[in-house]
Design a binder for this molecule. Structure first.
Ligand SMILES: [Mg+2]
Length: 452
């Protein structure tokens, strides 16, 4: 029996704004950050969970994590995991905390960190990676992890069990694929950030092609002329007839008519989809864009969103409205593994592929598990996963890519355990002499004009 005794939160920020890593049309200078939660127990095991933010406000999420994590102190892990759906409901049912959500915003980001930390702890106790826990469950056990409140009009627990049973007979074959690192094909955004020079873009694309990638994503939405130039460079590097796929991401900069006009201008470059064309809350707007772009002179352009979609209820509506070509749930913006399972099942029901959002510190570590679960347990079909190759060095068991596939995680846990030195070194505001944020170098960010 493992009992939760206490928790610690850490505010960890990496100064990525210095080199424009992560820059896009909406986010000019993010400092990739982690609102981090360590769940302590009376055993040798600790649960590590985190939520990704891009800097300012990370302390608010840390503070909310404290409010949610205190709900599990004193509880036995067995009691928490015996009926996960019930536990999840308990964690979103503190009525005072619910008032500052419900099930969205900062309090839900915090819930994601805590729930994922509990899965990490559970996986370490069971000595399995998180994906494998779910792969070893029966369909009934998977469904018991989910709180179906608000989604039964689209998917009932009985339907979910039936969907899982359909792909169960071939599950062992897919587990073998996972063990051989052939479960989750990877795509790359490494070249695509908006702040990069054309030379850097060219060099990074050439490298990605060499590395065996087939899917490439570029940020757009800054200036139409610049985007045309960058997409022409990209198409020159990856070709039109070599089986390479181009995707573009606007990070919410447009209104609905602007998105349609702009994307018609970029249609000549034949992108598979436009990601986040408009507000992440605009279900019907996304549906209108998808419809308008379904028949351009160069072929259809799909619509993808999800990284800022706040919960399973919104995903349900996106799917019901036919607004999505690809669903990009975020591992910690929604309430952790349990709500992700609900979203994977909803996507399966509506026949929409899942390509989880991975552009952020720690996200690839999480999403490698979710995409493996989707392939092995839920959809039975290979999809794709974003792989961004930076900041992995701060993790004990970093995500990796080999021959165009994600390397399936094998270490027990949920893979976001950060190295203690990295936490100290990038702790914010940090201890003098220990944290980078107290150094001379940091003054460029701390004392410079605020880049919004
Ligand atoms: Mg994006």
């Amino acid at each position: 029996m493992v009992k939760i005794t206490s928790f610690v939160t850490r505010d960890v920020r990496f100064p990525t704004s210095l080199d424009k890593t992560g820059s896009d049309a909406m986010n000019a200078a993010g400092d990739y950050s982690s609102a981090y939660c360590i769940i302590k127990t009376d055993s040798q095991h600790e649960g590590h969970g985190m939520t990704f933010t891009i800097g300012r406000g990370n302390e608010i999420v840390c503070s909310a994590i404290g409010l949610v994590a205190s709900l599990v102190v004193g509880k036995d892990l067995d009691e928490i995991t015996a009926d996960w759906g019930k536990t999840w409901r308990y964690l979103v049912s503190d009525s005072q905390l619910r008032w500052i959500g419900p099930e969205k915003g900062v309090i839900h980001l915090a819930l994601g960190a805590v729930v994922n930390g509990l899965w990490d702890l559970w996986a370490k106790v069971l000595n399995k990676p998180v994906w494998r826990i779910v792969a070893d469950m029966t369909p009934e056990e998977v469904v018991r992890c989910i709180d179906f409140r608000y989604i039964t009009d689209a998917l009932t627990p009985e339907e979910a069990i039936a969907l899982l049973k359909e792909v169960e007979p071939t599950k062992q074959d897919r587990i073998k694929d996972a063990e051989q690192n052939k479960a989750v094909p990877a795509y790359t955004t490494s070249a695509g950030w908006l702040g990069y020079s054309e030379e850097k873009l060219k060099a990074l694309l050439a490298q990605s092609v060499k590395d065996g990638f087939k899917h490439f994503k570029l940020k757009v939405g800054g200036s139409l002329e610049d985007d045309k130039r960058r997409l022409a460079i990209a198409r020159e590097a990856i070709g039109y007839d070599k089986g390479n796929v181009l995707m573009v991401d606007a990070n919410q900069v447009w209104s609905v008519p602007e998105a349609i006009t702009y994307m018609n201008e970029l249609a000549q470059f034949k992108p598979w989809f436009i990601e986040e064309p408009t507000s992440p809350d605009d279900v019907l707007g996304h549906a209108a864009i998808r419809k308008a772009l379904s028949n351009t002179p160069y072929g259809p352009i799909g619509v993808a969103t999800g990284e800022m979609c706040q919960n399973r209820v919104m995903f349900k509506q996106f799917l019901q409205a036919g607004a999505l070509t690809v669903l990009q749930a975020d591992a910690c913006r929604v309430g952790g593994v349990n709500e992700c399972l609900a979203i994977l099942l909803l996507a399966r029901k509506f026949g929409v592929p899942i390509v989880p959002h991975s552009g952020g510190v720690g996200l690839p570590e999480y999403t490698q598990h979710l995409s493996t679960i989707d392939y092995v347990v839920v959809s039975g079909k290979k999809s794709l996963l974003e792989y961004v190759d930076h900041l992995h060095e701060h993790f004990e068991h970093p995500a990796g890519v080999k021959d165009g596939y994600i390397v399936t995680p094998t270490e027990p846990g949920y893979s976001v355990q950060m190295k203690p030195d990295s936490m100290d070194q990038y702790s914010f505001p940090g201890e003098a002499g220990k944290s980078w944020w107290t150094s001379e170098e940091a003054k460029v960010i701390l004392d410079g004009p605020r880049v919004v």
